[in-house]
Ligand binder design. Sequence first.
Ligand SMILES: [Zn+2]
Length: 370
Amino acid sequence: MTTALCWDDRFETHDMGRGGLYLPADGLVEDDVHVDNPARIARTRRLISRVGLDSVLRVIEPRHATVEELLRVHSRDHVERMLAVSAAGGGDAGGDYTPMDASSYELALLSAGSALTALELVMGGGASNAHAMLRRSGHHAWRDSGYGFCIFNNCAVAARAAQAAWGLERVAIVDIDAHHGNGSEWIFAADPTVLTVSIHQDRSFPSDSGFVEHVGEGDGLGTNVNVNLPAGTGDPGYLHAMDRIVVPILREHHPELLVVACGVDASLFDPLSRLGLTAAGFAHVAGRLLAVADDVCGGRLVSVQEGGYSHVYAPFCWLAIVETLARVPERTEDPYEMFIAGQPCCRELAPWQRAAIDDQARVHAAHWPL
Ligand SMILES: [Zn+2]
């Protein structure tokens, strides 16, 4: 029972430029590093080493994805445009907030390849589950464009590879990033073989997608599941959504592989969301997903990194997830627990939170036995 960690030092070198969060500062305040900068992932990698987890993980360098593997998900026009943007020295991958430089195309191939390396280890028996740490993130990218810091949809590429190379008939992608996995939804909206579940802050990003009524289309009707969490939901509300909606649907769908779009930007300290999860909360979320994988697909779980922008707290959230996947008996203590302990959103399920989630369960009950 080994957990693999896919990692390449080149992810530490990728510079997304400067600004205010992800916008140009325009001289009003001193500019800062882009929120998607190397520190968050580099600190996570070092934290995992410092707590001694490398000795129980199978740490492996990823390969690059091939163009053919990308074309199972993306149009040739998109792939060639991303290559051209990097070849020209930089530009935008789509939507104006997705900067690229000369190295971005190659790192996007390495990111998709990291998800594929994790998949190959899990499907080939080299690991029971795997976490792919990477940059660039993927879940906002769709067939014809990058978007929201994302260039290629790494989870979608892994899901299609699982079908093409191993003949899987049912794959589930569960997106725990604080923002809607719009790219994954749009890629698989009409495809009943890939269940897409996104749990995100209500109308955060993109603000016009991810509604609970969007349940897929055509043959895929019912196999797209959106759960909208109100700002301030916290651990108890998030876990209620898992228990009330996500876990029962996963058990009913019975996937042969669980792919997790593993963003931790729902954390209490993240600048790009207001959901308020703690590292312990992420451990519980990972524990529920691991339990489903154990019960329905022999533990086959591939975790693929997405957003997470608190340079100091995101590393503890990803550490909590990796420790859970690796089934270490005692998790590393959260140094921010003293600050967190007294905040009600972290500890108590409020009636309005329960009601908001139960209302959505009634929508999904049209397609699933909830
Ligand atoms: Zn996000």
